[in-house]
Write a protein that binds this ligand. Structure first.
Ligand code: SAH
Length: 218
């Protein structure tokens, strides 16, 4: 049973105020952060950290992204209801729930089998319909392509060509690209002629995007 009480709701309101003060403007994004319970992605002993604007370990060397970062990427995506959105790096499943709450049809890939299994369950328990896949995000999801939007939530060593290919003309991909110990957030806007307009949006820090599935080892 998921408990989401007045205290949690109050903490979320505070968090929304905090990320709005840091520059998040989209009402759609702010209302998703206000509605999606982030604490269910935390083990009970760490609940008090769920509504701080910080990343937090979720096991296997991975983290649930900082709420501000989740909101920032979600805002850059300019999601509209019904859009097909591909996420690389399901992690906890929190970002997938935020995008689902915004009305996106989410497809999310995770290379860690244990995280894939756990996030799938959390997403389902919250009643969201994001589809989860255990696989390698560098490959994208050719079977379900093309996508209106693609969001990469791990530090990409380069911009994967296959992901750019799986974007619809008029589509947007948001991806943190490695720049030597930190990443620069990029957005790629695919034009009707297949070319790209790119923008950069400052420095962020993510865990690395690694090739291949973990095969239950790493
Ligand atoms: N979006 C997540 C944050 C995830 S952290 C959230 O809301 O919690 C980044 C995740 O990307 C980690 O879980 C990591 O295992 C995963 N990852 C790294 N490389 C990957 C790849 N090539 N394909 C899919 N997932 C990958």
């Amino acid at each position: 049973m998921i408990e989401d009480n007045f205290r949690h709701k109050g903490l979320r309101k505070k968090l929304v105020k905090e990320i709005a003060e840091k520059g998040i403007r989209s009402a759609q994004v702010l209302s998703a952060v206000e509605e999606v319970p982030r604490h269910i992605f935390f083990e009970s002993s760490f609940l008090e950290f769920a509504y701080e604007d910080k990343p937090f370990p979720i096991g296997f060397g991975q983290t649930i992204s900082q709420p501000y970062t989740v909101a920032f990427q979600s805002e850059l995506l300019q999601v509209e209801k019904g859009m097909k959105v591909l996420e690389i790096g399901t992690g906890s499943g929190y970002q997938a729930c935020i995008l689902s709450h915004m009305g996106a049809k989410v497809f999310s890939i995770e290379r860690h089998r244990s995280l894939y299994l756990r996030s799938k369950e959390n997403i389902r328990d919250l009643g969201y319909r994001a589809k989860c896949f255990y696989g390698d995000g560098f490959e994208g999801l050719p079977t379900f392509a093309p996508f209106d939007r693609i969001i990469v939530t791990a530090a990409a060593p380069f911009v994967p060509e296959k992901l750019l290919e799986q974007l619809k003309p008029g589509g947007i991909m948001v991806i943190p690209v490695e720049a030597g110990g930190y990443q620069i957030m990029h957005s790629y806007h695919k034009q009707v002629d297949g070319s790209f307009e790119t923008h950069t949006h400052g420095q962020f820090r993510f865990v690395p995007m690694l090739a291949n599935k973990d095969n239950n080892k790493t």
